[in-house]
Design a protein around this ligand. Structure first.
Ligand code: PEP
Ligand code: MG
Length: 755
């Protein structure tokens, strides 16, 4: 490839000069197409290029010539390429510039005859992208073989950035400019993992709203520099203030995050980059965003997990800085009723911050089925899909979306026929719900006469109406920590007692298993100091905190007793790993009972434990004899039994309830409880999955506690099954080394058991 030094191109194209001209040109009124035309004309002139063209994405994989100076005008809006096709397609696909002095000899060259581009030999193209999303490609071409300079490349990349910002803000290319279909706004179907059943159709709502930059080109570079410095000072001061807050002083995860933010806010490399972008003529906010986009482009080329983490931190800090630069009033963030929430990740507390009843569905890019946010979503009966890759990039607030939590599908901006099909599905679900209502008063009794008790899991006042609606026979697990997580400060004894009393009233004669505070791991109380731990799931959590810092546990026990005055009370302790722990916690409760006047005592008191660690299954007989009842917390028990993190999607799928090793453990616990005459139930998520519930019931667990919406489907399955036969099938498969789950599914299908 012969390279001749540039005569025209290169010299004229100082990035700053180009931006200044662009600002002047765009200040004049005009529609999107006129602006695009102005941009290409101006770039061609400034860079002494014979051709300048903008190709924009239409749909997911088509690039269309949308404006040109130099190519045949009739090719505009007709000439198009697929992503990956030709030099333009490769730039879009790889998200990086291509430069050559002899385009025709380039291996990726593909000639579009309708444009008349065959005579142009030199080619420089850059992607138009915003945070990893390619919106189009910007190209200059020259007839003679010239080598474009680094400065040309930079200038073009800068203009591409401005086009991207304006395209996003809709100021350059209003939606629908190019005909009926909305370019880049076409339907997208994404598959993630269903984490809470149900289907919802509604408007999208972004948990972290996208910030639209009003005008990316600066009027006054000095003023922008001042704005950036002021915003950075404010950001640093806010971070320092947060770090000095009392709850953060002791360390912990929050502190680490803030320390990382502080490091970025003072990082000379990042600050230099921002200054450089401002020096070229971008506004402060456009400079912050340009630095983000550049970092994302680098990340896309190197999918190293460490870099990804770093980028996430940088992205968060950039977002915080942008919020200080852009008028917050323009980014109001209240979801409308029936909205579908989109977030990268979401903690259970953040989810509960949304007003009850407003969210109709949730979609997360990260997260897992067993995380506590997923549990809260299921408790609130909100369909949830997790692991929906890049979804927050592709969706905009207000887009119509469908969430299918049963199968993990998300449809962004669905076609009418897809909406109709889903509306049909929704109405079928409604009918199914009605058929479950018909089962409400009937017992969950198997064909061979085993009566299984079905309870519900809950934790919020909003859950309680479900007791009547679902036909649950009581609350098998009341996660008291959810009430704590809803509060901004530690609820007082009176507040707690008020809530527990409300629960007992609503439950009426039905039993409620109050589980004492189960915090730690991914359940964080912002107002309670927690040490930083390498392995929080295996760390200082639940009853361990309760016994080591008894003030909180004692106060909760007092509140429970106060609420239960003259009524029946059932209390269970979470994450008990040894007999001694149970005895200590039990003694504390009995001490509190002793302190009460006779008429302030509960009518009856049952003290139980959650069996969530393998060690407790092997505890001394005395444990099984002392506990009034035991509830197997299958979520934690399985993660510890299989050494596979429940909140990590990569490992959470590595086990199942019907694994022979786990079924053996279950049989052993059942036998030990039968021998000691101790009530046994199972309250992990598996209890609400009909097939797993059948497997557990067939192994002798005759009390299952689940989210309210599962009571109907589980009851329907039990009433259609012969549990003794199911056990034979499971054990037969175990002996033959066949996958038990598969054998059970086969049996259920043959015998028309709805699972
Ligand atoms: C469990 O571990 O199974 C359980 C019910 O407790 P949680 O999910 O709240 O940890
Ligand atoms: Mg648990």
């Amino acid at each position: 490839m012969s390279e001749i030094p540039a005569a025209g191109p290169g010299g004229a194209a100082s990035p700053r000069l180009l931006l200044r001209r662009l600002r002047q040109a765009l200040a004049a009124p005009g529609d999107g197409q006129q602006r695009l035309n102005q941009i290409v004309t101006l770039i061609a002139r400034s860079m002494a290029a014979e051709v300048c063209s903008v190709y924009l994405m239409r749909g997911q994989d088509i690039l269309q010539l949308s404006a040109t100076e130099g190519l045949k005008p009739e090719a505009v809006h007709t000439a198009q390429l697929k992503v990956g096709e030709g030099l333009v397609g490769v730039i879009a696909q790889q998200g990086r510039a291509v430069v050559t002095a002899n385009a025709r000899e380039h291996p990726e060259f593909r000639y579009l005859p309708e444009t008349g581009e065959e005579i142009y030999s030199s080619f420089l193209g850059v992607p138009i992208q915003k945070l990893g999303k390619t919106l189009g490609v910007l190209v200059v071409q020259n007839e003679r073989p010239v080598s474009y300079s680094e400065e040309d490349n930079e200038a073009l990349a800068l203009v591409a950035m401005v086009i991207a910002e304006m395209a996003e803000a809709g100021t350059l290319i209003p939606r629908g400019t190019f005909g009926d279909d909305q370019e880049n706004r076409e339907p997208i179907h994404i598959t993630g993992q269903g984490a809470a059943d149900g289907v919802a159709i509604g408007p999208a709502h972004l948990h972290e709203p996208k910030l639209l930059l009003p005008n990316p080109i600066a009027d006054d570079v000095v003023a922008e520099r001042v704005r950036l410095r002021e915003a950075l000072d404010k950001l640093r001061a806010d971070i320092d203030e947060m770090l000095n807050e009392e709850t953060i002083l002791e360390g912990g995860e929050h502190r680490d995050v803030l320390e990382t933010y502080r490091m970025f806010a003072n990082d000379p490399g990042w600050l230099r980059k921002l200054e450089e972008f401002i020096a070229t003529g971008l506004t402060a906010e456009a400079a912050v965003d340009a630095a983000r986009t550049e970092a994302r482009a680098k990340l896309n080329r190197s999918p190293d997990p460490y870099l990804r983490e770093r980028f996430n931190d940088l992205d968060d800090i950039a977002q915080r800085l942008l919020r200080r630069l852009i008028d917050p009033d323009k980014t109001g963030n209240q979801p409308e009723p029936g909205a579908i929430l989109f977030a990268r990740a979401l903690g259970p507390g953040e989810l509960m911050d949304y007003p009850r009843g407003v969210l109709a569905g949730i979609v997360l890019e990260e997260g897992s089925i067993s995380s506590h946010a997923a549990i809260v979503a299921r408790a609130l009966d909100i369909p949830l899909v997790v692991q929906a890759l890049n979804v927050t990039r592709d969706v905009d607030t207000g887009d119509t979306v469908i969430v299918n939590g049963d199968q993990g599908h998300i449809h962004l901006r669905p076609r009418d026929d897809v909406v109709t099909a889903y509306e049909e599905k929704l109405s079928l679900r409604l009918q199914e719900k009605e058929s479950f209502n018909a089962l409400r008063e009937l017992p969950a009794e198997s064909l061979d006469g085993t009566r299984v008790k079905l309870y519900m899991n809950g934790g919020l006042a909003a859950d309680l109406p479900s007791l009547n609606q679902s036909g649950a026979e009581g609350v098998g697990l009341l996660r008291t920590e959810l009430h704590f997580m809803l509060n901004k400060a530690m609820p007082t004894r009176e507040q707690q007692a008020g809530f527990y009393s409300h629960v007992l009233e609503k439950a009426d004669t039905r039993p409620v298993n109050f589980r004492t505070l189960d915090i730690g791991s991914d359940k964080v109380l912002s107002y309670l100091k927690q040490p930083r731990e390498e392995n929080p799931a295996l760390g200082w959590r639940a009853i361990r905190i309760g016994l080591d810092r008894p003030v909180v546990l004692r106060m909760q026990l007092q509140a429970l007793l106060r609420a239960a005055k003259g009524r029946n009370l059932r209390v269970m302790f979470p994450m008990v790993a040894a007999l001694l722990e149970f005895e200590k916690a039990r003694a504390m409760l009995l001490e509190e009972v002793e302190r009460l006047e006779e008429d302030a005592k509960p009518a009856s008191l049952k003290i139980g434990a959650m069996l969530e660690t393998p060690s407790l299954a092997f505890a001394q007989d005395r444990f099984f004899e002392t506990a009034d009842f035991i509830s197997i917390g299958g979520n934690d028990l399985m993660q510890f039994f299989f050494a596979a993190d429940r909140a990590n999607e990569k490992t959470a799928g590595r086990y199942e309830v019907t694994h022979p090793a786990f079924l053996s453990l279950i049989r052993m616990i059942v036998e030990r409880c039968e021998k000691a005459g101790t009530e046994l139930s199972f309250c992990g998520e598996a209890a609400g999955r009909p097939l797993d519930a059948l497997a557990l019931a067939s192994m002798g667990i005759t009390a299952l506690s689940m989210r309210p919406a599962s009571v109907g489907p589980v009851k329907r399955a039990i009433r259609a099954a012969n549990l003794a036969d199911l056990r034979k099938v499971a054990e037969g498969a175990e002996n033959e080394g066949v996958r038990v789950k598969q054998a059970l599914i086969g049996y259920c299908m043959e015998n028309l058991i709805p699972i």
